[in-house]
Design a binder for this molecule. Structure first.
Ligand SMILES: [Zn+2]
Ligand SMILES: [Zn+2]
Length: 106
């Protein structure tokens, strides 16, 4: 395997230099060559950002991701509901056993 060139400056990527990999094309770039203004979102190289087909795939992916997120939030909602139900069942149990004890006292 030979040395890789930076996709922006076309200079060699040295081992001791910080590099960033584009998640779409897997090309490597000098971290210093990237005008990285986004701290939270994953950096994507210019070639991949300007590809329309990639964007539509991205849209579909985002749609699926949103779907998954909503499923996940629904799940946590039902988990919450389950907690409420189980706690009311417990309260009911306590009441019933309390009543049973009261009956036994007579
Ligand atoms: Zn570079
Ligand atoms: Zn790329």
């Amino acid at each position: 395997m030979g040395r890789t060139n930076c996709g922006i400056s076309t200079e060699f990527l040295q081992r001791d230099q910080p590099t960033t990999c584009c998640p779409k094309c897997n090309n490597l770039f000098h971290s210093s060559c990237i005008n990285d203004t986004s701290n939270n979102s994953q950096w994507i190289c210019n070639d991949c950002t300007s590809l329309p087909s990639q964007t539509s795939t991205d849209d579909k992916f985002n749609l699926i991701l949103q779907e998954l997120k909503s499923i996940k939030s629904n799940k946590s909602k039902s988990d919450e509901a389950l907690k409420v139900i189980s706690s009311s069942v417990k309260a009911l149990n306590d009441r019933v056993s309390g009543q049973v004890q009261t009956i036994y006292m007579f």
